[in-house]
Design a protein around this ligand. Sequence first.
Ligand SMILES: C[S@@+](CC[C@H](N)C(=O)[O-])C[C@H]1O[C@@H](n2cnc3c(N)ncnc32)[C@H](O)[C@@H]1O
Length: 223
Amino acid sequence: MSSNLVEDETQFYCKAKKYWKNIPATVDGMLGGYGHISSIDLSGSKKFLQRFLRDGPYKIGTLHALDCGAGIGRITKRLLLPIFKTVDMVDITDDFLSKAKAYLGDEAKRIGNFYCSGLQDFTPELNRYDLIWIQWVIGHLTDVHLVEFLKRCKAGLQPNGIIVIKDNMTQEGIIMDDVDSSICRDMDVVRKLIRQADLSVLAQEKQENFPEEIYNVFSIAMR
Ligand SMILES: C[S@@+](CC[C@H](N)C(=O)[O-])C[C@H]1O[C@@H](n2cnc3c(N)ncnc32)[C@H](O)[C@@H]1O
């Protein structure tokens, strides 16, 4: 279990919070110096989401989305706001949410709520969201908190809504990053935690065209 790698939970969360407080509120800051891959990432996400926007049994509504670990709103701006009527954002770093208002420009008026909170403490509004997007942040939650958070997300979905996790995955095993205080899991562990949250996977896809030297990144849709 990856939580075993987290020896001191309070320190695990404090250290991550401190790390992000010192990161510039820019796209490059959000992506650890890999700002240049943002467009590839967003195109891949758009393509992944398309299957849920077409007519068919998995079609989702386009009213409300929630961006989790949203940062300055990189994903909200270019993936979610063009599709959904309103988007809520949740992030632990208040500076990022403050910056989001300027970064999103005029479109910031379609942000319903800017929630400043750790996901481990956050409960999405019941039955509200067509899509809950969780990208590059699950490594900041312990296994127990991730499972509990996913359960609360499930309760926050519209009947036809979906949750998408898009994140780094190791080839095998769990790797701790002491710099930003996060853990990177492998697909088997992530799928196990998804099952524990009583969610079923609807689609899974590897992000293509990312640099060789970074972790594999997968999108997983579930409900
Ligand atoms: C790698 S950035 C990704 C930002 C955004 N998802 C994107 O892809 O552009 C990680 C984000 O997670 C936030 N974060 C870190 N720990 C968190 C936690 N426990 N709860 C909520 N947000 C957290 C950071 O403030 C930061 O904005």
